[in-house]
Design a protein around this ligand. Structure first.
Ligand SMILES: *Cc1c(COP(=O)(O)O)cnc(C)c1O
Length: 421
């Protein structure tokens, strides 16, 4: 459920007509619903029930600090994967003790920044990283809390680019080697082992791979405890999928996911962390865009819109499906049209949808790409020297620009011409 619904013939974001935002801010523009973000966070928080837990928002999916503040104030932790994300989380007021640091390539500098600023834990992904963190922490005279990310070798059955838990993927250490690696970790100065981390992929639409992974994590917890390690925390990653409105997908609900966690690891008495990104932010955002031209091709109707692959790259990168809806509510029974929905960029990859059957829309009218809150704005660029797409946050009947569209001067003046040219 989200808060982008038609009311009086108009698509709204909560109580604000999207057309009003388009008027005042221009298009293309991302629009997020605060109520939807909070609702999704609360679903996870409730789903983990009485287990001690922390829901860490995977902020790589949507990292505007207004969104982080909204979720952080509601009690969310953050899963960060870079110094920039760490700094954004802190700038949004999220305390270090609610920030976990993930990622295969943390640099020593990033480790230092997080240790200085405060960190809940590092999810360590390799032995060289463990060694580096030990050296950095020792030099600073502090102890770095760690989990080790294990790769459980389960097939998440999702898109190859977002699968991370098979043995050929670059992430974590093979679970079969975990006991050896934990022995090494325990012997290194400056580190304190606190738990285990696992993340098998994104956009999972079935609970079975999670179950397979979490059962392995539970077994490993017992084995590591028998080896004398204190395992008090399990970070179970993110990855629960959302409906993108294709093939009537019905991914599992956070409640069912929570029940599965309880069943697989609840008996271990560990504090549970999860790192959902997409399920919190995905359906909490739309990309609002305007039709520039209707163009008839060889047996095809093109809808050329002012949003492009630089604003929303998921269709080009992941063959992702986004539902596309008109902002003016189509009259019931209106004949559908078949469109190729494309942006203005000179690449055939700049195609949002091929042969999409949808209500007719005309030049100058607005459309919304649904489910665009996650991996949308954060992956945008200025390709083709198009201005960075702005972001708007709606709460009830108010809205605010939370990242303005830059001016062309601002964009161009970031470049420097060397004196000798
Ligand atoms: C990407 C990622 C997530 C979030 O994945 P979603 O599919 O957005 O829920 C969580 N944890 C880690 C380590 C990730 O890399």
């Amino acid at each position: 459920m989200d808060h982008f619904l038609y009311r009086d013939g108009q698509l709204m974001a909560e109580d604000v007509p999207l057309a009003r935002i388009a008027d005042e801010v221009g298009t293309p523009v991302y629009v997020y619903s605060a109520a939807t973000l909070l609702r999704h966070f609360t679903l996870f928080d409730d789903a983990l029930g009485k287990m001690p837990h922390l829901v860490c928002f995977a902020m790589k999916s949507l990292s505007n600090i207004a969104v982080l503040k909204l979720l952080g104030d509601a009690g969310a932790g953050m899963d960060v994967v870079s110094e920039g994300e760490y700094r954004r989380a802190r700038a949004a007021g999220v305390p270090g003790e609610r920030i976990v640091f993930s990622g295969v390539g943390k640099t020593r500098h990033e480790m230092r920044v997080a240790l200085e600023g405060g960190i809940r834990q590092f999810n360590v992904e390799s032995e060289p990283e463990m060694q580096a963190l030990s050296e950095v922490a020792t030099a600073m005279g502090v102890i770095a809390p760690i989990t080790v990310r294990v790769n459980p070798d389960v097939d998440a059955k999702t898109h190859a680019k977002i699968s991370t838990g098979k043995k050929e993927d670059k992430f974590g250490i093979p679970i079969g080697r975990a006991r050896d690696v934990y022995r090494v970790a325990a012997a290194l100065p400056g580190l304190k082992v606190v738990g285990i981390d696992v993340h098998i992929g994104s956009q999972l639409t079935d609970l079975a791979p999670f179950e397979a992974a979490y059962i392995k994590v539970a077994e490993l917890t017992e084995a590591l405890r028998a080896d004398g390690h204190e395992i008090t925390r399990l970070d179970l990653g993110g990855g629960l999928g959302i409906p993108y409105m294709r093939n009537n997908e019905a991914p599992p609900l956070p409640m069912e996911y929570g029940a599965l966690i309880q069943k697989c690891v609840g008996h271990l008495g560990c504090e549970i962390e999860i790192e959902p990104g997409r399920l919190i932010s995905g359906n909490a955002g739309v990309l609002l865009s305007k039709v520039i031209y209707n163009k008839s091709g060889e047996g095809r109707e093109f809808l050329i819109v002012d949003g492009a692959m630089n604003d929303l790259i998921r269709p080009a990168m992941y063959e992702a499906h986004h539902d596309i809806v008109p902002v003016i509510e189509p009259s019931p029974g209106v004949a559908r049209q078949t469109y190729d929905v494309v942006g203005p960029i000179c690449e055939s990859g700049d195609t949002f949808a091929k042969e999409r059957v949808m209500p007719p829309v005309k030049e100058g009218e607005l459309i919304a790409f649904r489910s665009a809150g996650a991996y949308g704005a954060v992956m945008s660029s200025e390709y083709n020297s198009r201005l960075m797409v702005p972001e708007v946050l709606v709460q009830g009947d108010q809205f605010a620009v939370i990242r303005p569209r830059p001016t062309y001067d601002e964009m161009i003046s970031r470049d420097r011409v060397p004196e000798w040219l």
